[in-house]
Ligand binder design. Structure first.
Ligand SMILES: *[C@@H]1O[C@H](CO)[C@@H](O)[C@H](O)[C@H]1NC(C)=O
Ligand SMILES: *[C@@H]1O[C@H](CO)[C@@H](O)[C@H](O)[C@H]1NC(C)=O
Length: 400
């Protein structure tokens, strides 16, 4: 009911505020994508005009209207519980295990500010994964910004993963310790990648991850003017400004960081050595550089980085990890979308992981935009959503 009401509001917002949003050529079902994107933008404008709510609150409301209660079906038992004091939604296959099962820790997206394991798209993806792979899925409901800032989101996902990886816990769920992976999309891909890195340095963890799957992940804070940011400034669902908003909100609600990030001048010269890890002039393949010219960084005063050191921390920006820290990472799947500000983050991580000797499967979806994998049901269903979800699950099925 809530969802219907919101869609009705959205439809009227659409009628009242028609906002032209250019849809990049090459996307499948372009009219539907434009309608969805226009709907989201119209909603944002309506709220701003009426001054009713904070833009983030509206996005939060849309998120909640998309949530479903935990409900088991004939194949999967679904419950909400807590691991190590952090809320998780647990998916257990109904079929009696023949021997031990595989397992996936799933981290949802939403710019560290939004999202829920119970959102329709995430719930379906976890259900499908659990059933098709006969696997346990632990979908993490980590705490969100603006109420909580970095490193709370990271710490929550880390605590859940570490708790789950204990032999005694794995055996309680009949999980094979040699077949546990972590996966996430967007901000969840960021958290999954960061957690996988940190686990390598934790001597208390005896179970190693078998695989990590990073779905259009956000991986770096340093350069918010990469070719993909420039090309997709106004691409559907995630504009450059919204991404800047999400990044800055992860660390603080202080608008000075957002403003500095928006002009891509937030890193002090003292941290200039970090730019080698996000230097697209040698980390991007030729065909992705197109006509872009690498100009190098613009530096800020050290004040912002002193106040909010999180944005230079590899736990927030896994691409900033040194080469030595990448060794030992598990088998990796990276999905990038052509029409996505975060495209080059994923592509550069693929390049760096391969250089560090990590086996990586890189799927670059030329006809997709950021977040497309979530569009798998109801009014917002898109063919590309199913293609991406199926590709991801097929990889997991073969490699986990
Ligand atoms: C349960 O699994 C069967 C066989 O794979 C499938 O046909 C059915 O649609 C599944 N049920 C649900 C609710 O997904
Ligand atoms: C980026 O890499 C290019 C070589 O491709 C180099 O000339 C440039 O100095 C590098 N810039 C930084 C900031 O690392």
């Amino acid at each position: 009911m809530g969802a219907k009401l919101l869609w009705l509001c959205l439809a009227s917002a659409l009628a009242a505020y028609y906002i032209y949003s250019p849809i990049p050529a090459g996307l499948g079902q372009p009219w539907k994508v434009m309608l969805l994107d226009t709907g989201f933008r119209a909603m944002g404008h309506l709220v701003k005009q009426l001054g009713l709510m904070h833009y983030m609150d509206v996005l939060m409301l849309i998120t909640f209207s998309e949530c479903v209660a935990p409900s088991s079906d004939e194949n999967v038992t679904v419950t909400d519980t807590e691991f190590s004091g952090v809320a998780v939604r647990l998916y257990l296959p109904r079929k009696a295990p023949e021997g031990l099962r595989r397992a996936v820790v799933y981290v949802h997206g939403g710019g560290w500010c939004l999202g829920q394991a119970g959102m329709k798209g995430y719930d379906l993806l976890s259900r499908w994964t659990s059933h098709r792979l006969n696997a346990v899925v632990v979908s993490v409901n980590y705490r969100l910004a603006p109420k909580h800032h970095f490193p709370v989101q990271f710490d929550d996902v880390y605590a859940v993963t570490k708790f789950f990886l204990q032999r005694s816990v794995l055996s309680r769920y009949s999980v094979d310790p040699h077949h546990v992976g972590i996966a996430g999309d967007s901000a969840g891909g960021n958290l999954a990648a960061a957690v996988a890195q940190q686990l390598l340095e934790d001597s208390e963890v005896e179970t190693k991850l078998k695989a990590q799957a990073l779905i259009y992940p956000a991986l770096q804070t340093l350069d918010l003017n990469l070719p993909s940011y420039q090309e997709n400034k106004h691409s559907p669902i995630l504009s450059r400004l919204l991404m800047v908003r999400f990044w800055s909100e992860y660390f603080t609600s202080d608008p000075s960081l957002r403003q500095a990030m928006a002009s891509n001048a937030h890193v002090p010269v003292e941290s200039s050595h970090l730019f080698q890890f996000v230097n697209w002039s040698h980390l991007l393949p030729e065909e992705m550089k197109k006509d872009h010219v690498y100009t190098g960084p613009v530096y800020s005063s050290p004040a912002l980085a002193q106040k909010y050191p999180g944005f230079l921390d590899p736990r927030a920006a896994p691409l900033l990890a040194s080469d030595a820290r990448l060794h030992g990472l598990p088998l990796t799947y990276v999905l990038t979308c052509e029409h996505d500000v975060l495209r080059d983050d994923g592509v550069m991580y693929v390049q760096r992981l391969r250089a560090a000797g990590i086996p990586v499967v890189h799927h670059h979806a030329k006809d997709a935009f950021h977040g497309a994998m979530m569009f798998v049901s109801g009014l917002t269903e898109l063919a590309v959503g199913h293609q991406l979800a199926n590709g991801y699950m097929a990889w997991l099925n073969e490699n986990l």
